[in-house]
Design a protein around this ligand. Structure first.
Ligand SMILES: Nc1nc2cc3nc(NCCc4ccc(CCO)cc4)[nH]c3cc2c(=O)[nH]1
Length: 370
């Protein structure tokens, strides 16, 4: 059993759990936020810097690495860990979300998805079997099944068809997945329809995957609707398997997801907005590139002890970003990753002390007031 979760403590007033996720590349604490390294790098960060901010498990992406540099090249390099010099656990998403996001550039059939590369328009065909070949070549500790992520909004019939195909493709993934040191996670679909979510979960739980992604969310639906789907879905999830809410999220969504029993999260948000010159602070978001900070010699967040906040001012970081100096987005990235990991550390401590609801109230009162 290469990947398993051990629940250390259940929070008294919520469904939140404190756990330890064991993988072939080490053990990590949950709830966990996983920085996204789509093309085998957490953008602008060295692996040491990712670790320094608190990152322990990083994501990479099958679709992107298949297109560039190619999974065969990564395999030849000794696999993803060696290639990107990351000695901790890695999770690869299957590309289900990417190929479905290509819109008109893709054709879905029962066999698989024909799509055109977003880079050069060349034609490719992903089947569950092909995606398993790619993920096994990349060698992540956790590989996500090839699924069909229904858009939001969509007709219930569409969500049914996507759920049913996702179940059939999960079977096909499981049948060809042979790598013993890699855990294959199923992905639950079903759109925002509680009955479909329950059906998708039950069909995939019957296949006994070591962990489960909750897909089809954070695709444009209102946050309250996502929370409602989780309220209905989480009670039927097994206690002893990791629950991974894919593509989430912002600080409020992370807290709300943990309250509802989610163990694992990933999102490009912290690193993406950092490159646009926006950072999280305990008072909410701050766009440090704005003119109002030109002569502001305070740190980005006066309550933050990250490398960027200990050594540089808003004025300096704004100057770097305005002049396209690469150090600027490196500093905002370091800060945002540190901010999110520090939030997860506070959440884990609040679970230990059975005061997660108080923590949620205190954090959001100040964060949302900003
Ligand atoms: N295989 C698979 N992967 C997924 C990845 C996802 N990622 C999301 N949401 C991410 C949304 C997202 C995208 C960009 C930004 C930055 C904006 O500045 C923030 C969030 N939902 C997702 C659903 C699925 C899914 O069903 N199946």
């Amino acid at each position: 059993m290469p990947v398993k979760i051990k629940i250390e403590k259940k929070e008294k007033h919520t469904r939140a759990r404190l756990g330890k996720l064991t993988t072939p590349h080490g053990e990590v604490e949950t709830p966990i936020f996983m920085p996204v390294g789509t093309q085998a790098t957490v953008k602008t960060m060295t692996p040491e810097e990712v670790k320094e901010t608190g990152g322990r498990l990083v994501l990479s992406n099958t679709y992107h690495l298949y297109l560039r540099p190619g999974h065969d090249l990564v395999k030849e390099a000794g696999g993803l860990h060696k290639f990107m010099n990351w000695d901790g656990p890695i999770l690869t998403d299957s590309g289900g979300f990417q190929v479905f996001s290509l819109g008109p550039l893709r054709t879905i059939t029962e066999e698989g998805v024909e799509f055109r590369s977003h880079i050069d328009g060349s034609k490719h065909f992903f089947t569950p079997e092909k995606v398993m070949e790619i993920e096994q070549a990349l060698g992540a500790d956790i590989a996500m099944a090839f699924d069909e992520c229904a858009p939001y909004p969509c007709e219930k019939e569409y969500a049914v068809a996507a759920l049913e195909r996702t179940t059939r493709w999960a079977e096909r993934c499981k049948r060809v997945h042979k790598r013993e040191d890699q855990a294959l996670f199923g992905i639950i679909q079903g759109g925002v329809f509680p009955d479909l979510r329950e059906r998708s979960a039950k069909e995939l739980l019957a296949m006994d995957f070591p962990g489960y992604g909750i897909g089809g969310l954070s695709v444009g639906e209102p946050k309250e609707l996502m929370y409602e789907v989780l309220d209905q879905l989480m009670p039927i999830m097994p206690e002893d398997k990791p629950r991974y809410l894919m593509g989430v999220g912002s600080p409020d969504c992370l807290i709300e997801g943990v309250v509802r029993g989610v163990d694992m999260f990933d999102c490009v948000l912290p690193t993406r907005i950092a490159r646009n010159g926006t950072v999280f602070t305990h008072n909410g978001k701050l766009t440090v590139r704005n003119a109002e900070y030109a002569r502001d010699f305070r740190p980005m967040d006066q309550q933050c002890d990250c490398y960027a906040c200990r050594n540089y001012s808003r004025a300096y970081i704004r100057h770097l970003i305005k002049t396209d100096e690469i150090l600027g987005i490196r500093l905002t990235t370091i800060h945002n990753l540190h901010f999110i990991q520090h939030l997860m550390q506070n959440i884990r401590q609040a679970i230990r002390e059975d005061r997660l609801l108080e923590y949620r109230e205190d954090f959001l009162k100040v964060f949302n007031a900003g």
